[in-house]
Design a protein around this ligand. Sequence first.
Ligand code: SF4
Length: 194
Amino acid sequence: MKDTPTFRLIERISNLLRSEERKQYAALGLQPVHFQLLDYLTRCNQFSNTLVVVAEYLGLTKGTVSKSIQLLERKNYLLKLPDANDRRVTHLQITPQGEQLLNNIRPIDVFAKAQQSISNQNLNSLDEALHAILCALQKANNTKSFGVCHTCSNFIKMDDHSLCNLTQLPLNEVDSIKICREHRLNPAILNTLT
Ligand code: SF4
């Protein structure tokens, strides 16, 4: 698949927001699908809030959705209500606790903070803006940056080659544009975000 820096940045931001959400789900004993199910219930109409339609929307089996519904019902995040005209049909309704959960767990806050921290910068391109948002999110979440090598504080540029100060190994041009799990964003870049 051919991709671009823009695609990579959007993918990384998206992964970071999802990862932040997952941490919150795990603390509550929930999984992403539970959030998606509740979120769907806040947006669907009265003809679309049955188990069958939810399964269709989420692209999951009825069995999987049924287990999620049971768990959410036990935790008081949704209710099952019989149809007024057809008792064979059961509607799903999010509870006030479920709505509160959604409001608490959405990553809007962290994203808004990141946006705010870059609002005074002169950003000349979409990639620059995305890169700045990504850095601000990583800083806010204290997560590993997984950045490209040449933006790392351990990256030392020399005349004919580069060096990793952490491993003391030489880095060639190809190495310098690869992402690294030991990446530590250069403070010079971080400082432009504060
Ligand atoms: S720690 Fe990783 S990203 Fe940083 S300079 Fe060394 S190889 Fe590059």
